[in-house]
Design a protein around this ligand. Sequence first.
Ligand code: G4P
Ligand code: NA
Ligand code: NA
Length: 189
Amino acid sequence: MELLKHKIMQEGIVLDGGVLKVDTFLNHQVDAELMLAIGKAFAELFRESGVTKIMTIESSGIAPAVLTALQLGVPMVFGRKRKSLTLRDDLYTEKVYSFTKQEESEVTISRKFLAPKDRVLIIDDFLAHGEAALGMARIVRQAGAEVAGIGIVIEKSFQTGRGKLLEQGFRVESLARIASLEGGKVEFV
Ligand code: G4P
Ligand code: NA
Ligand code: NA
């Protein structure tokens, strides 16, 4: 997606450890026009996939997810992150480990928002090691529902996430794929 790549080149800041800071339009301040364009791009890619629900994890996945939901005319539900939680039988819960933040969190979604008949499109802002997307896919499976696909705004293709998701048979569509952040320079696939 050219508009997104342009925005990354203009405003992205490369930090140590292969991290791209994009807080001017995605992770802190949000560019609503760009989110709308992102929603339209995902809707076009997954229009024929029978999607009944969009799922993401708070907080940065919410903006692209809700605009995709708007374009596809389906609800969006986001997983909530908690440090730890006593088991509750009205919630689906999965542990998600973050390599970037080196911490484990529990992601929960109320059982009332996922049903076996659902075909779920998973949306996230970043794909690094794939742990967030895999955690969401496990919640979809817990509900007896199906993953219709995975849509990623910015994929770091030099990390392991994409491979892990493809290995499990998921369709992965990323709007920007970064091949390298070496030397502080963004290179696309
Ligand atoms: P994974 O899900 O693909 O395994 O990624 P990982 O655990 O490593 O990512 C943990 C958090 O860091 C996620 O945000 C993810 O979006 C974010 N992240 C990973 N790599 C980058 C990067 O290069 N740049 C930026 N800006 N973020 C990155 P989170 O903890 O869910 O936070 P939130 O922003 O959604 O609240
Ligand atoms: Na994030
Ligand atoms: Na995220």
